[in-house]
Design a binder for this molecule. Structure first.
Ligand code: 0O2
Length: 210
């Protein structure tokens, strides 16, 4: 257990630091009073049981976890609209505090399950008392609708261990299509939504100052 704690400590540090940095991006948009392409950011270190399950499933030896498991440290950035996703990816590409080593576009090429999301794998340097450690971290960027679907599907997956009964599988595929249509509809009225949000924010500011 102590060995796991030691192994996971730099991953925890990476998640904590990146949460501050990525949430900071959102705050900067708020200060500029510009539409933020980031709605919220979450992060987690993969639980030990999930690391073991995935290593077993993919045949990754435990002494190769550091180089072969890309999502021990994981961040999620949720965006209001589909077009915001590429904007966020571009912002990540411009940063010089980490290096992007892989991108996977499950929006253009959604998974068979119906899963949609944009994955960016980075190498992030963590400063430790024994020197710098470079870690793989996965950042998943998705809309609120994609996140809703993925969260529900993930919990059902946990229950059925990936072996969904046919009717549930069909329903999940239908729900994925509905989430896709929702994203499309929201994009069509994006201007209206943003105007309303700007109006609401100005009103909040005025009320605060009066
Ligand atoms: P958790 O609990 O989220 O940590 P692959 O062999 O392609 O499936 P790989 O190579 O690890 O897996 O890379 P991938 O697919 O880019 O990233 C895996 C992660 O993406 C998953 O982590 C999920 O977070 C998410 N994901 C991928 N496919 C699906 C899907 O069909 N449904 C949902 N809900 N999420 C998905 P883990 O390890 O599954 O678990």
């Amino acid at each position: 257990m102590k060995q796991w704690d030691q192994f996971l400590a730099p991953y925890k540090q990476a998640v904590d630091e990146l949460k501050v940095k990525l949430k900071g991006m959102r705050r900067q948009f708020d200060h500029e009073e510009e539409h933020s392409p980031i709605e919220f950011v979450t992060g987690r270190v993969k639980p030990i049981a999930s690391i073991l399950d995935k290593a077993n499933e993919k045949g990754i030896p435990l002494d190769k976890l550091e180089t072969e498991m890309q999502d021990i440290a994981g961040l999620r950035m949720m965006c209001p609209f589909v077009d915001d996703i590429i904007r966020v990816v571009e912002l990540l590409r411009q940063r010089n505090d980490f290096e992007i080593v892989e991108e996977r576009d499950y929006i253009l090429h959604s998974k068979e399950s119906g899963y949609r999301s944009y994955h960016v794998v980075i190498v992030y340097p963590v400063q430790t008392i024994t020197g710098e450690k470079k870690l793989l971290v996965e950042i998943q960027i998705r809309t609120l609708a994609m996140n809703f679907w993925a969260t529900i599907e993930h919990s059902l997956n946990y229950k059925y261990k990936g072996q969904f009964p046919e009717d549930i599988k069909m329903r999940l595929q239908g729900a994925a299509e509905a989430a896709f249509r929702l994203d499309k509809e929201m994009s069509l009225i994006r201007g209206e939504i943003q105007e309303a949000q700007a109006f609401f924010n100005r009103k909040k500011e005025n009320d605060k100052n009066s």
